[in-house]
Ligand binder design. Sequence first.
Ligand SMILES: Cc1cc2nc3c(=O)[nH]c(=O)nc-3n(C[C@H](O)[C@H](O)[C@H](O)COP(=O)(O)O)c2cc1C
Length: 730
Amino acid sequence: MLRSLHTWPTLLAGVLVTFMAVTGSVLSLEPAVSRLASPAPVAAAESSVAELVAGVAAGFTEPQRLVQKAGGEVIVYHAGETGMAADLVDPTTGASLGAYEPSPFFLTLTELHRSLFAGEAGRIATGTGAAVMILLSVGGLLLLVKRSGSWKRLLKPSQGTFAQRLHVEAGRFALAGIVLLAVSGLFMSMTTLGLVGAPALDGFMTFAESSGGPAMAVTEMPVLKDLGLADLRELTFPAKGDPYDVFSLTTAAGTGSIDQATGELVAFTQNTPAQSLYQLAFTLHTGQDTWAYALVLGWAGLCVPVLFVSGLATWAARIRKPVRIAGNDPAARAETVILVGSEGNTTWGFARSLHAALKAEGQCVHTAAMNDLAKSYPAAKRLIVLAATYGDGDAPASACRFLARLPAFKAAPGLAGSVVGFGDRSFPAFCAYAGDVEKALKDKGLDPLLELATVDRQSTQQFAAWSRAFGQTIGIDLDVAHKAELPELSDFECVSRRDYGQAYQTPKSVLRFRAAAGTKGLPAFRAGDLIGILPAGSDVPRFYSLASSTADGYLEIAVSKQPGGLCSNQLCDLIPGDRITGFIKGNSRFNLPDGKAPLILIGAGTGVAPLVGMARGNRPQKAAYLFAGSRDPGSDLLYGEEIEALIGEGRLQRARLSFSRVPDGAYVQDALRAEAGELRRIVEKGAHIMICGGRGMADGVRDAFEDVLAPLGLTVTKLKADGRYLEDVY
Ligand SMILES: Cc1cc2nc3c(=O)[nH]c(=O)nc-3n(C[C@H](O)[C@H](O)[C@H](O)COP(=O)(O)O)c2cc1C
C-alpha cells in the first residue's frame, strides 16, 4: 500500500515534478546572478522611507510607483521621455543607479515554472505537481523507516543496489528542502487559484481621498518618516495635479492610503493571516531575500531528477519479470513447490538454481513468489520457502501478502516444508521473517523437512550446504552451486606476501595486490569492503574482507588456508607476480564510522586484517582501541609490528593482544572481561564496537559484552539496533 502510494504518483506525475524541480533550481540562481550583475546597495539600518521617497520625487520627473523587491533592490517606475520606464535606485537616497532591466531569461522561466505557459490550467498542473511532491516525500520517508526497521536507523548507511542507495542518500539529503518547496509552492498555487485566503497582495485598496490641501513635503509626512525601509513593499504616487488623490502604500503588515496634504493614513487594512502566510510562503519558496538560501533550495531541487531516475531504476528492477524460471511446471502437478520472498531479486537467483537442479533430477517443480501462494498444491510432497528479511524482521516485497494468505491455504496431508532464510547477520533481526514463516508453516501442520536454515549475505556455500542436506532427506544427490550474476571483473597482481601460522599447521597469509598492468587501476574501496575472488576452475566468488583502502595504493587481504578449500589454497600458493580475478563489493555497514565517537575494534586470526586497515585510515582525534587475538605471538600474530607503529602514530590509542596457546593463555573475550570498567567508560562516550572473525569468537565476544554492558542497562541487541555493534563474521 505504502509502496504503491510512492510509486504510482511518481509514474503519473514524475516528469512534471522533475521539470518543476529543475526549472526551480535554475530560478534559484536568479538572486545570486542579479546580485552579481547589479550589486544594489543595501539600505542603512536607520534609513527611512521618507528620505527615499523624497529622493525619488526630486530625481524623477514623474515617478508613478516604487517597489522594493524581496532582495532589497528598489525599483522606480516612472513616465520617461519615451513612455514608461523603470530605474533601479539607491534605497537610501532614491538616486537612479541606471535602467532596471530584469533578465528576460529568468522572467520567461518564472512564467514557465508557475504556469507552464498555459494560464490557469498550467497553474492547476503545477499546483498538483507540488501536491504530488508532498505525497512522495511523506511516502518516501515512511517507506524508508519501514525498510530500515525504525526511525532511529534512518540515518544509518543505506543498503541495497546502487540505485537504491542513491535514492535513499539523495532523499535524506534533500527531503527537508523538497518538502519546504512543495508546501510553499502548493500554498501559493492555491492562493493564486483562489482556493485559500485572498489573492496575492498586489493591491486591492479601499477607496480613499486626500483632504485636498496643498501637498506636504514628503520628508515631513509622519507615516513615511516612521516607516522603516525593511517594511516597505510598494508605494504608488498620487496622480500629478490631482490634490484629492492619495499615496497608496503596501507594507509588510498591510495596505493603506496616505493623505498627500497631511501625510497621515486615511485608511489601512491589515493583512489577513492568509496574506501573511502567502508572504512567508513566497519568501521561503523563492529565497529572494537571501541568495545563499536560494542556492541551498536549488540544490535540494536538483536532487529531484536524481530521485526520479534512481527511483525509476529501482522500480524497473522490481517489476522486471523477477527471474525467468525455465521449465516451470504447473502448480497443480508439481511434487516440489518453491516459494520465493525477495525484494532485491537475488533470492530469485538461488530459486532458479535450485529449480534447475531439481528438474535435472527428474522432479516436477513449480516456482512462484510467496505472494502467489495457491489455495492448495494437490500433487505436492514438499514446500520449500526461500525468504529474505527486510526492515526490522519484515517481509520482503514479493512476500508481503504471504502470511495473510496462509490461513486460506489447504496443506495436503503429509506435505513437508523447509524454510531457508536469506539475510545479513549484521542486522539485529537476522532472517527473522523466515523464522516467522517457519513457525506459521509448522502451525499450519506442515511436517518440518529440515530445521530453518539461514544464508548470510547470499553465501553460495551456505546455500549449497542446505541443498546437500535437503537432497539427502529426499534421497537425491543434490549440490546446488548457485552462480550469482557477477559485476565487472578486474585483475590484480600479487606484489607481496607475509606468512604466519606454520607452527600450528594453520597457514595464514597477508597478501598485497596492485592493479594488474593494462587494467584501469585500483577500483574504489574502503577497509571492511569485500573482494569477491573467482578461483581458477570455478565461477562462484569467494568473499574476503579488505584490509586496505584505495588511498593506501594497494589491495590487501588476509587468508587462512582451509583444508580442501579451492580458493584459499590457490591464494596461499600465490607468489609475487601472480594474478587473481575478482570484483569489489561494498560493505558500508562495516567501514570506519564517521564522526569522533571512539572505536572498539575486536578481531581474531585473519579477522584482525580489516580492523588494522581501518586503523590505518583513522585520525588521532578518534580514539580507537584494538583487541586482537591469535594463538601464539611467535607464529600467527598478524600485523604485530604494524599495530605498534599505528599506536606510535596515534591512529590506535591502545592495543591489547591475547594469545590462546601460551602459558596462561587467553582469548579476546577474556581480555574484554578484564577491561570491563574501561570498556564501559568508552561505551558511555558513544563508542562503535566492530567485531571481525569466526562465528565462535563473535559469540564469545557477544557473551562477554552482555556482561560488560549489563551495569549500564545496555544490551548487545540495543547497541546493534542503534548501529553501534557491528559484526563481520564468517
Ligand atoms: C534495507 C535492507 C534491510 C535489511 N534488513 C534485514 C534484516 O532485518 N534482517 C536480515 O537478516 N537481513 C536484512 N537485510 C539483508 C537482506 O535480507 C539480504 O541481503 C537478502 O539476501 C536480500 O535478498 P533479496 O535480494 O532477494 O531481497 C536487509 C537488506 C536491506 C537492503
